[in-house]
Design a protein around this ligand. Structure first.
Ligand code: HEM
Length: 439
């Protein structure tokens, strides 16, 4: 049995906050532990704190505030810039862990917890974009639903449901990330920063420099606050059924007729799983006809379609769909998708792909405009265009499984023989861990 020390005698004047800080800090590090390379974990935590703070304000104040009030737009922009910082820093942080082989025994689970955080963070960004409430959200929701359906998870995961996106983005995923971070850091705290892999690499143990750590954190926070002030999170007004019906009543009628005939995309939707189990005739034609006209269903579909057009044009039809939807805005988004207008508008705006609208932002660039779009989804875009998956009937499924496989390898990487020795081929780790004061 290991022997554990008795708790120390604590003076009555001990400051609780200093005690907590002292318990949480790393105190002794290899000399390279004070460099920026090992400060990235704290910077990731700083971005996470900014995300939680700004996100809490957004959730409290609501969509109208974050879309139209100048303060709301600013806080939304802080949130978006914090995401940019979080992901960029995480990628650098994991590269440091990779090249220095910081994931070796006994730190393998440090990597696994970190990689799980990274995976969750990527999905978290898509659900966040989905909540914004503009055109980007609509297109991402519809494209995302195709992706999840392709992965055979559509029955459980429906990005068209605003409630589900809210629960995932505001509660479930952030709590999971925080929990994983605690586990990640508890291990780092217990084991300390890893020593150089090669025993002949010289290093000294030194005191941790907490002042420089906090200074870097403050610098990052100021950079995010300033960038958010000058470069706002984008907003492209949402597409409405009323807007489409006003400009193209013919399209509105033919789409209603298709819904009635059960020949629309939604009615015939068959990916690997069919999550749109509702009857389009009932949901899109008969129920709104009865509710909005007060009459019982007419004998001909043409009569009902004509009677519904004024409601489509003045917005009452969409309001009715949303109010009658057990998972809003599934009905209205599917109807917009059946109208074909989301895809067409995304094409005009230069969104990245027909199906996975997540690889570029609403400005049509992933990097050239500020704030940049979701550049972290670029591998998915590359996979899509390299293998021409969009023209493949099983494209969604292939993309989802390939993506899942890559993420799986990434998460269990420290346990993969041969592959986990890959970093030893590069001199980068030695360069990061060089003790410059010994030279
Ligand atoms: C919320 C996200 C994360 C936070 C806040 C975080 C925080 C930290 C902190 C504070 C440390 C100790 C100092 C340092 O190396 O910076 C650390 C170490 C480490 N992290 Fe993370 N981390 C996160 C995500 C990740 C990810 C995504 C990975 C890799 C997939 C990862 C892998 C590692 C490894 C391997 C170490 C040990 C480094 C060593 O001992 O040499 N972390 N992390």
């Amino acid at each position: 049995m290991p022997e554990y020390p008795d708790p120390p005698d604590v003076s009555a004047n001990t400051n609780a906050f200093k005690t907590l800080a002292s318990a949480v800090y790393l105190h002794r590090l290899p000399s390279y532990g004070n460099s920026i390379f090992y400060g990235l974990g704290f910077l990731a935590l700083t971005s996470l704190a900014l995300l939680v703070l700004s996100g809490t304000m957004l959730a409290f104040m609501g969509a109208h505030w974050w879309l139209y009030s100048p303060y709301g737009i600013y806080v939304r922009s802080v949130h978006l810039w914090s995401v940019q910082a979080f992901l960029a820093i995480l990628i650098l942080h994991l590269l440091v862990g990779f090249f220095t082989s910081g994931f070796r025994k006994p730190r393998r689970m440090v990597w696994v917890f970190g990689a799980l955080i990274f995976t969750l963070a990527i999905f978290q960004t898509e659900f966040g974009y989905g909540l914004r409430g503009d055109f980007s959200s609509q297109f991402r929701a519809v494209s995302g639903a195709d992706f999840w359906n392709g992965a055979r998870l559509g029955y459980w995961l429906n990005p068209l449901s605003h409630l589900q996106e809210f629960a995932l983005h505001v509660a479930i995923i952030p709590l999971a990330i925080l929990l994983l971070f605690v586990l990640h850091y508890l291990l780092v705290h217990t084991y300390g920063i890893s020593k150089p892999r090669r025993v002949d690499t010289p290093y000294r143990m030194v005191d941790a420099n907490h002042r420089i750590m906090w200074t870097r954190g403050a610098f990052l926070a100021v950079a995010v606050l300033v960038l958010a002030f000058f470069f706002h999170s984008p907003y492209v007004p949402a597409t409405t059924i009323a807007g489409v019906a006003q400009t193209d009543p013919g399209l509105a009628s033919s789409t209603l007729a298709n819904e009635y005939a059960r020949t629309s995309d939604t009615a015939t939707y068959l990916d690997s799983i069919d999550p749109y189990l509702f009857d389009t005739r009932q949901v899109f034609v008969i129920a709104p006809y009865e509710a909005l006209t007060g009459a019982s269903a007419a004998t001909t579909s043409d009569a009902m379609v004509s009677a519904l057009i004024p409601a489509l044009t003045d917005g009452t039809y969409e309001a009715y769909l949303d109010a009658s939807d057990p998972a809003p805005y599934t009905y209205s988004l599917r109807f917009l998708s059946d109208l074909g207008v989301l895809e067409a508008r995304a094409g005009t705006l230069g969104f990245a792909t027909d199906q996975w609208g997540m690889a570029k932002d609403e400005n049509g660039h992933w990097f050239l405009n500020l704030p940049p779009g979701s550049w972290w989804m670029t591998p998915l875009g590359i996979m899509n265009s390299s293998f021409n998956l969009l023209n493949n009937d099983n494209g969604d499924e292939i993309a989802a499984y390939s993506f899942a496989f890559i993420l799986f390898l990434f998460i269990v990487f420290p346990y993969l023989p041969v592959l986990n020795r890959l970093p030893e081929l590069f001199p980068v780790g030695r360069w990061i861990q060089r003790d410059r004061t010994l030279e």
